[in-house]
Design a binder for this molecule. Structure first.
Ligand SMILES: [Zn+2]
Length: 308
């Protein structure tokens, strides 16, 4: 009870009420989550890797529900909005529907149920919540897209997929991420990921301090064999002999995805300079190396350049 003598601002009162409600809901969900965790641990010895493994498996659900609750708390306006002004023609639009959408993020799935507005005159639909949240149109949101793309710039796509899954427990292997990475790799040039000439020179100077001889710079080229199995080698085959014959046929068609790395050797230490793996053939490898050379990124007079 609020005594008559003390005036509590109404906004503050409501603010606290909403805040409390928000956390109460989460606490209940967290309790359920803990129950599921307990069930998952039943029959196990309780070694740390079992505990960690079980939590790791379920952590997306927990963090996802926190994200969902925060969306509800911070965007009640957009979630309860019934009218909006069309940004194109200025007409007032009334919401007719609530549309569900689930997005994927690094902290888990976030389920959204938000009002939809349709402008007849402009033939265009709007979701104010999506705008407020700055959602990507794709199911996998910006954080996943960025993480996947930055991995795939460093290593071949198949390897990036594997690493991403291992480290995050999430899959980036859907059409959209492949598409984004594809777009990115087409538009990204070796010089886009290269350090500046000044930066390279600074590193060379640092490594060369107090030494009579020029620092060693290594150019390492590497190839990862990626099997590309042709259509005709797929499907069921009748006998063992046939399988063997076919296998020899497509084994020869393995594609070599190559890349290269430049690094400085400083005693035991290695100073990374540049790595590039977005090449599909020896020709592309040569072209990329030419670009690095032409950009003056490797001052051949200041280092002893070696191949490995
Ligand atoms: Zn309009």
């Amino acid at each position: 009870m609020i005594s008559a003598g003390v005036r509590v601002p109404l906004e503050l009162f409501y603010g606290q009420k909403i805040e409390k409600g928000w956390k109460d809901g989460l606490h209940e969900q967290f309790d359920e989550w803990l129950n599921t965790l307990e069930e998952g641990m039943e029959g196990k010895e309780g070694k740390l890797d079992e505990i960690v493994g079980e939590i790791f498996k379920m952590r997306q659900e927990l963090t996802g529900m926190i994200a969902e609750s925060l969306v509800e708390k911070l965007h009640s306006q957009e979630l309860e909005q019934t009218e909006m002004v069309c940004p194109k023609c200025g007409r007032v639009l009334t919401s007719r529907d609530e549309v569900e959408r689930t997005v994927e993020t690094m902290v888990g799935q976030v389920k959204l149920k938000r009002p939809y507005f349709w402008c007849k005159k402009c033939s265009e639909g709007f979701y104010p919540l999506d705008e407020a949240l700055n959602l990507s149109e794709r199911k996998k949101q910006w954080d996943i897209q960025e993480a996947g793309a930055s991995l795939a710039v460093e290593v071949p796509y198949e390897k990036a997929e594997e690493l991403f899954n291992e480290l995050t427990g999430l899959s980036m292997s859907d059409h959209t991420v492949h598409e984004i990475v594809g777009d990115l790799c087409e538009s990204v040039d070796v010089l886009d990921v290269a350090p500046s000439v000044e930066e390279v020179e600074r590193k060379i100077r640092e490594v060369g301090v107090g030494k009579k001889r020029r620092p060693i710079m290594v150019l390492a080229t590497d190839g990862v064999h990626v099997p590309t199995r042709p259509e005709r080698a797929k499907g069921k085959r009748e006998g063992r002999k046939k399988v063997r014959a076919k296998r020899a046929n497509w084994e020869g068609e393995w594609k070599e995805a190559k890349g290269f790395r430049f690094y400085l050797v400083d005693g035991e230490r290695i100073e990374h300079i540049l790595s590039w793996h977005q090449v599909q053939s020896n020709e592309e490898l040569k072209e990329s190396l030419e670009k690095v050379k032409e950009a003056g990124l490797i001052p051949e007079d200041e280092v002893r350049l070696c191949n490995s």
